[in-house]
Design a binder for this molecule. Structure first.
Ligand code: COA
Length: 248
């Protein structure tokens, strides 16, 4: 497992923790692979009932821009670690609770749409700056975000890439609740423990039923996003933004 992704156990709760603080937990391909592997292992481990996703002072500044810039070095149809991780989290059969502090950018926000509960710091800074980067939404956010927060907010957040505070995320339904920064992890762990104490078969079946009605539409949207995202990554617009970020 990458040193940049750690796992911790609190009885039946497995925490997958992003651990690349000097880069605000920007996600490399190795980190996506490690997160996906941890989810796969947790799915088949009966002693794990709930997964908690956490960072530290920041949740994650999103995909590593250096990896985005290097996309031209890989074949257009290469599997893509981020998309494999997303497939993992979409299919994950047990509850996932996220503890979000600091920055949650790009996939740092959109992965929350696949979590069953999200505790955000009131001062967390969520953002889906896809258009600012010359990109398009991913993780099914072009479908799921509107379902959570309504079309008007989803349109604005995705089109403009505006920043959203943790407090606003909770008020809008993107997060379950917002709490003071130092209470985020305890509150998330408490929600995770609550779910972990329930009969796991009933919890898994409930999660399956909640998600089933939208599963086909989600898969279709994610496939379309993936094609568009791959094209945009290679576009001159996006590559110019990446180059300017990396020059700083
Ligand atoms: N990819 C690669 N490196 C990143 C990164 C990312 N997504 N986000 C932050 N970093 C790095 C910075 O380059 C910097 O590295 P350095 O110390 O070697 O120079 C370090 O993390 C700290 O980031 P910095 O930009 O100095 O912090 P800040 O507090 O001024 O700004 C952000 C924080 C998150 C607003 C800013 O880093 C940012 O905009 N990051 C890119 C976010 C993004 O567009 N992600 C992709 C979404 S699809």
């Amino acid at each position: 497992m990458s040193d940049h992704v750690l796992t911790e156990r609190d009885e039946a709760v497995l925490t997958i923790r992003l651990n690349r603080a000097d880069k605000k937990n920007a996600l490399t391909r190795a980190m996506y692979d490690a997160m996906g592997a941890a989810l796969s292992a947790a799915a088949s481990d009966d002693s794990v009932r709930v997964v908690m996703l956490a960072g530290g002072a920041d949740f994650t500044a999103g995909n590593d821009i250096k990896d985005f810039a290097a996309v031209g070095d890989r074949p257009a149809n290469s599997p893509g670690s981020a998309f494999s991780f997303l497939e993992n989290i979409v299919a994950f059969p047990k509850p996932v609770v996220a503890a979000v502090r600091g920055y949650a950018v790009g996939i740092g926000t959109t992965m929350l749409l696949h979590c069953d509960a999200v505790v955000a710091s009131e001062t967390a800074r969520l953002q889906m700056p896809f258009t600012r980067l010359g990109l398009v939404p991913e993780a099914g956010s072009s479908l799921l975000l509107a379902a959570r927060v309504g079309t008007v907010k989803a349109n604005w957040w995705l089109l403009s890439g505006a920043q959203i505070s943790g407090a606003e995320a909770a008020a809008s339904g993107l997060a379950s609740r917002a709490v003071p920064d130092n209470e985020v992890e305890p509150a998330a762990l408490e929600m995770a423990r609550t779910l972990a104490a329930l009969p796991p078969g009933a919890v898994a079946e409930t999660k399956r039923l909640i998600r089933a009605p939208h599963a086909a539409a989600l898969a279709e949207v994610m496939a379309a996003e993936r094609v568009a995202f791959g094209e945009r990554l290679r576009s001159a617009e996006a590559q110019a933004v990446f180059a300017s970020f990396l020059k700083k």
